[in-house]
Design a protein around this ligand. Structure first.
Ligand SMILES: Cc1ncc(COP(=O)(O)O)c(C=O)c1O
Length: 218
């Protein structure tokens, strides 16, 4: 075989953005924490887990489908989407399902953000916004927090011509802060058309002033 035809077997390193991300440190299991701190009762709020256990209805629904797990599931999730349409009064085309909301955030990054773009998120916001931005090779702009929460005014001011996405968490994890509908509405009016606003409501059940953010969908 001539040298021109030789295939290199050197493994290429991961792209720079991914290579710079450290391995994820998972939260400690409750039993381990109990042992370590000598506590009896721990309510873990750092993971989207149900402290009351899995609902009996969900357990039964999984059991009902067990016989079919040898087949690929419906990748478009038709039945789930149809239920969401019914409950939230949205169009089916407006729904994207994910394996948890983390998956959706990463899909947003892969779908909409290019390496030359900038992405805005708040200081102390959910860590994945910065990681998803870094993973696609884009540049994150971290806007200083105000009283540990999002400073929406400063975030809107930080928008540049190359800004593609703004990530917002309402309420925020890990600081537990939130912003009101009127502040969000004012913010939306100042953000230019070329910017996609991602409103992450993963913890909305804890939000005392929850507003119907679906009305801002276009
Ligand atoms: C603000 C926020 N968004 C998204 C997620 C991801 O949640 P999920 O478990 O649905 O992937 C979390 C999880 O902690 C979160 O705090």
């Amino acid at each position: 075989m001539s040298s021109e035809n030789t295939v290199s077997t050197t493994i290429q390193p991961a792209n720079q953005g991914i290579a710079n991300i450290g391995p994820y440190q998972t939260g400690k299991p409750i039993d381990e924490l109990k042992r370590e701190l000598g506590l009896d009762n721990i309510v873990k709020l750092a993971s989207n887990e149900n402290p009351l256990g899995c609902s009996a209805l969900a357990t039964q629904a999984v059991r009902n489908e067990l016989a079919d797990v040898g087949r690929y599931p419906d990748g478009s999730g038709y039945k789930l989407k149809a239920k969401i349409v019914e409950v939230f009064d949205v169009d089916m085309a407006q729904i994207t399902l994910g394996n948890g909301s983390n998956d959706i955030l990463e899909l947003v990054a892969r779908t909409f953000i290019c390496p030359d773009d900038t992405v805005i998120y708040s200081q102390h916001a959910f860590a994945i916004y910065a990681l998803a931005t870094q993973a696609v090779g884009a540049t994150g702009i971290e806007v200083p927090a105000k009283h540990y929460g999002h400073d929406l005014f400063a975030m809107a001011q930080a928008v540049r011509a190359d800004t593609r996405v703004i990530f917002l968490a309402n309420p925020n994890n890990p600081t537990g802060t939130w912003f009101a509908e009127s502040d969000f509405e004012a913010f939306m009016q100042t953000v230019p058309e070329h910017v996609l606003v991602v409103l992450d409501e993963a913890y909305v059940e804890y939000f005392p002033e929850h507003f119907n953010s679906l009305k801002f969908l276009e």
